[in-house]
Design a protein around this ligand. Structure first.
Ligand code: FES
Length: 105
């Protein structure tokens, strides 16, 4: 979305490391939407419905700009023994600039 005078409103940046590819997505999009935009692979076997946990990513910066972890996401992350910096890309919604990575990018 572009508002008057060329300023973007409601659009947020998601940077993927180490490639540095950047997605620009509408606020409240999922991290999965952003990663798909820059054509990086992302694991999944539940088609993004918060069941498999394969879509987990590590948040390098901007974790405060993601939606809070839901109870369902927390249960999956706990089962994966994920560290505190990890989120499920299909669950986490982007509210501001974020940088993420995975072990396979
Ligand atoms: S794609 Fe399965 S939990 Fe995210």
């Amino acid at each position: 979305m572009t508002a008057l005078y060329g300023f973007d409103t409601g659009v947020v940046r998601v940077r993927c490391e180490p490639s540095g590819r950047e997605a620009r997505v509408v606020e409240n999009s999922t991290l999965m939407d952003a990663v798909e935009q820059v054509l990086l692979p992302l694991g999944r076997s539940c088609d993004g419905v918060s069941l498999c946990g394969y879509c987990r990513v590590k948040v390098v910066a901007g974790s405060e700009n993601l939606s809070p972890v839901t109870q369902g996401e927390q249960e999956i992350l706990k089962g994966l023994r994920a560290d505190a910096a990890e989120r499920l890309a299909c669950c986490a919604r982007v509210l501001g600039p974020v940088t993420v990575t995975t072990s396979y990018w």
